[in-house]
Structures are given as structure tokens and as C-alpha cells.
Design a protein around this ligand. Structure first.
Ligand code: ADP
Length: 488
């Protein structure tokens, strides 16, 4: 049966180009179906624009809105294995990772539901004899959510849940490569009783479907996760329309091993930070700084742990690294490594596809460690989004901070040290939206997330995450019964 898409609360065949979801482990086709057309975008937006204004949603008490999210959270966990497998088919991440992403989506829905129930306006308390003021939060309207392929269900819930909790309608444009988990999520929202029209899921080409969506005047906020160049393009559109854009973009995050760090803890943390998800994570710790006095010793342990990682079929238990999302993406990762080689860098491990015959039909690439690069090399500066770690020595703290911050990006960073004062000091100096100290790539839904510099704009998650999808209205209530005296 051909996969239908979710437009304004109805399952319909898309009227656009054919879209294909492939399993990156062997290139086989998971699904091939017509994606959304521009007419489908129009239908979804008009349904959304009506839905968020209907009393059925607009007049619901926060706890009644929250009920839908609690139900969705339960439905997700009841189908965790199915959703994880679906996502592994879509993007090739090992099952252990996709199970965690599904649990994260369920946790997000639950957290946002609880935050929604306790959402409050503000009563400014400045004393005034003749009036008092309230500040209430109101929905923005129709939200365009555009997501990448690397963590579909988790990043999608991070947008859908707070937008709905804030009383908005959401139109989700998932990445071309990963439409299936997003469509399944729509099924669960429907089953949880979300009124029609509040959610649409429109698979299709970013440049056509995504573009039409964000340009429509009825769309009042863009919530985007993806590459920096696409994010910048969307920010221009948002500026023209004078609407908000929340942009969660790329990174080239530094991780630092100080001389006093617990070596084993630091090395295992760094390896996890760069090589989990095959490095296909905006927060990947892709630049490692090691103090020059310990450079060789740390590197030796790092290489030993890296060489032990199991690269293999993502549905096999115990695999650390599955295939990259596509052949084309693997080619782009390999091109960076080739460039490093040509520039005279040392490829200390990896630097090629695995030779195992069982893996030749998938887009696999070995975890790769490179050093000896000049700091201005593109390999040092650009986001590779693959299993490639660049290692750099540092002399002292001033040199470290200068090198670590010498990047257009500022998404995340990691510090490994036994000295909490030093950790605090470095954490304050690093230009990054998230700093992990003696841990890496761990997430709390209660903690705001977003980038400095070209890594993004705005923050997701946390209790303020719902207000990011709302606008404040200030209401003045006159208390004086006499006329305003001015015109006397
Ligand atoms: P990546 O696939 O490397 O994350 P993108 O940032 O381009 O790269 O993709 C993230 C999401 O943005 C995808 O859903 C993609 O379809 C969408 N997208 C790409 N270009 C545009 C565009 N011009 N307008 C709207 N959405 C876009």
C-alpha cells in the first residue's frame, strides 16, 4: 500500500514528486511514495490556520492540552521498539541509539505537558493607583517546523510539543531522507486525540515544499534544525516577514583534555562525543585539544579505544557505528579526509571505508583521527558531520581558549579536568551554548539548548521552551473611576 501523508488531519496521497526512503546499510528501498505538492502545502496551512483559532483548541485549559501530550508520550513508549526500528531503517543509526531517541521524544512530550499545565502569565507588581497590568502569553498561530535526518523523532517532538502546548498549529517538513518516523508520529498524535488540522506532516524537498511553507504569510514562526547555510537562508525569509526564527544549526565543537583529567574517563568521553551516531550530530565534539606535555600518551589511548569500536550493521546488537546516511554523504566525509591527507596531515586511524565484505553495500566509514593540520585548514574549521576527529595540541590556557574559540560556530564544548575551579573558569570563557564538564552529549529536557555565533538563534527546551512559541500581550486594567484629566 502506498504511504499516505498527513494533511490537515487527513491521510491522503501526496500530489508531489516521488520521495524515497532508503536503508543506508544496504541501499534497499524502505518506502517510495508521492511527497507533498504545493497544493498540499496550501491545504495544510489553511487547515492549520483555522485549527489553532477554533474554540476546540484555543479555549482548552492548559491541562486539557497537556492530556494529548501525556497520551502521545504513553503511545510512543508502548511502541518504542517499532519506532526505533523504523528510524534505524530511515537513517541507519544503531538500534541502541534510536531506542534512546524514541525515549527522548516520549520524555519531551511528558515534560512539555507538565510545563504546560503550570504555565502562568505575569502580574507586574509596580504600585500604581489608577491601573494595574497583566502580561499574558498567547499563541503565534501556524508554526513551520523543519527538521534534519539525524535525530528525527527526538528533534521533531522538541518542536511539535511546545508549539502545540502554546496553542499553535504545526506543519512539520521532515528531512527528505527520513519521512517515515515523522509520519508515524502523526499517527500517534491522531490516536492521542489531537484535533484535526493542528498537525500536518509534509514530506518533500526542502527547497520547494519547505520554502513555500515558510514564505506563506499565515506562517508566524520558523523552527528549524539543520545546516548553517539553510538556516541563514531561512533567517532572511523570516526577516522579510518580520517573524521569529528559532535556528539550531551546525557546530565544530571543541573538547579539551586538561593535564589533570582522569585519562580513561576523558578518552572514553571524547570517543563517545565524536563517534556516536557516526559523528552525524551537530554537537559532535569534532576538535580535540590535548596539552602538549601529554599529547602522545593521550593520543595513544585515544587511538586504542577508537580502533576497538565496532562498525557494523545497525540492527546488530553491540554495534557502535552504523552506516552514514547516504553514499553521497560518505563521499563528502571522505573528501575532507582526502583533503587533510593532501595537506600533509597524519591520518592516525581510519581514513577509509571498512574492508569487511559484509559492509560493502552500505555507506560505512571508519572512525578517523587526524592530526598535524594547520588551524586554518577547512578540515579544522568546517563541519564534516561524520566520524572524523581532528586533534590539536595546546600550550597554555590562553592558547587553548584562543584556539577553541577560533571558530564561526559555538554550539557545544567539553572539558575534562579534575579541578572544578579550572572547569568553571574555562566554561565561562568558551563561546558555546552548551558546556559539558566531565561528561559529553548528555541531555536534560529541562535545560535550554542552542548555539552561540553561527550555531544558531534562540533556545529550545526548558520551561521557557513553550513561551518561545507564544507572544506576550500586556493588558492594562484601569482602576480609577474618574475621567482621565488631560482634556479638561
Ligand atoms: P542537512 O540535510 O545537511 O541537515 P539542511 O540544513 O539543508 O541540510 O536540511 C535540513 C532540513 O531543511 C531538511 O528538512 C531540508 O529539506 C530542509 N531545507 C533545505 N533547504 C531548504 C529551504 N531552502 N527552505 C526550507 N527548508 C529547506
Amino acid at each position: 500500500m502506498t504511504q499516505k501523508i498527513f494533511i490537515g488531519g487527513e491521510w491522503r496521497l501526496g500530489r508531489g514528486d516521488t520521495t524515497v526512503s532508503r536503508f543506508p546499510a544496504d541501499g534497499s528501498v524502505n518506502a517510495e511514495f508521492p511527497a507533498a505538492s504545493l497544493d498540499d502545502v496550501e491545504d495544510a496551512i489553511s487547515a492549520a490556520d483555522a485549527a489553532w483559532r477554533t474554540p476546540d483548541w484555543a479555549d482548552r485549559q492548559p491541562h486539557q492540552r497537556a492530556e494529548v501530550l501525556y497520551r502521545v508520550s504513553d503511545l510512543i513508549m508502548a511502541r518504542q521498539e517499532e519506532l526505533a526500528r523504523l528510524q534505524t531503517r530511515d537513517n541507519g543509526k544503531p538500534l541502541a541509539e534510536t531506542r534512546a531517541l524514541v525515549a527522548s521524544a516520549a520524555g519531551t512530550a511528558r515534560y512539555v505537558a507538565a510545563a504546560c499545565e503550570t504555565l502562568e502569565g505575569e502580574l507586574p507588581t509596580q504600585r500604581n493607583a489608577d491601573f494595574m497590568t497583566f502580561s499574558t502569553y498567547e499563541p503565534l498561530g501556524v508554526i513551520a517546523a523543519i527538521t534534519p535526518w539525524n535525530s528525527p523523532i527526538a528533534s521533531e517532538m522538541q518542536k511539535i510539543a511546545p508549539a502545540l502546548a502554546g496553542g499553535n498549529a504545526v506543519i512539520l517538513k521532515p528531512a527528505e531522507a527520513t519521512p517515515l518516523a515523522a509520519l508515524k508520529l502523526a499517527e500517534l498524535f491522531e490516536e492521542a486525540g489531537l484535533p484535526k488540522g493542528l498537525l500536518s506532516v509534509l514530506p518533500g524537498r526542502g527547497r520547494i515544499i519547505g520554502d513555500a511553507l515558510v514564505r506563506d504569510p499565515r506562517v508566524r514562526k520558523i523552527s528549524f534544525t539543520g545546516g548553517t547555510s539553510t538556516g541563514r537562508h531561512l533567517a532572511h525569509i523570516a526577516a522579510d516577514k518580520l517573524i521569529g526564527a528559532s535556528l539550531e544549526l551546525g557546530g565544530k565543537s571543541p573538547t579539551i583534555i586538561c593535564e589533570d583529567a582522569d585519562l580513561e574517563q576523558a578518552v572514553r568521553g571524547v570517543v563517545y562525543g565524536i563517534f556516536s551516531s557516526g559523528g552525524q550530530a551537530c554537537i559532535a565534539g569534532s576538535r580535540l585539544f590535548i596539552h602538549e606535555s601529554q599529547y602522545d600518551a593521550v593520543l595513544e589511548r585515544l587511538l586504542a579505544v577508537t580502533r576497538d569500536l565496532r562498525v557494523g550493521h545497525p540492527e546488530t546488537d553491540g554495534v557502535h557505528i552504523g552506516p552514514l546516511i547516504s553514499e553521497a554523504h560518505r563521499d563528502s566525509v571522505a573528501a575532507y579526509v582526502d583533503q587533510a591527507r593532501a595537506e600533509g596531515a597524519r591520518i592516525l586511524t581510519g581514513g577509509q571505508a571498512p574492508s569487511d565484505p559484509a559492509l560493502v553495500s552500505g555507506s560505512y566509514y571508519l572512525p578517523t583521527v587526524i592530526d598535524g593540520l594547520k588551524p586554518d585548514s577547512a578540515v579544522c574549521r568546517e563541519e564534516i558531520f561524520g566520524p572524523v576527529l581532528v586533534v590539536l595540541p595546546y600550550r597554555d590556557e590562553a592558547d587553548l581558549i584562543a584556539q577553541a574559540n577560533d571558530s564561526v560556530y559555538g554550539l557545544a564544548s567539553g572539558i575534562w579536568t579534575a579541578d572544578y575551579r579550572r572547569a568553571w573558569h574555562l566554561a565561562r570563557k568558551l563561546e558555546a551554548g552548551t558546556v559539558w564538564i566531565n561528561t559529553y552529549k548528555k541531555f536534560s529536557i529541562a535545560t535550554p539548548f542552542g548555539g552561540y555565533k553561527e550555531s544558531g538563534l534562540g533556545r529550545e527546551k526548558g520551561r521557557q521552551g513553550i513561551q518561545a512559541y507564544m507572544q506576550q500581550k500586556s493588558i492594562y486594567l484601569g482602576l480609577d473611576s474618574a475621567p482621565i484629566g488631560w482634556s479638561r
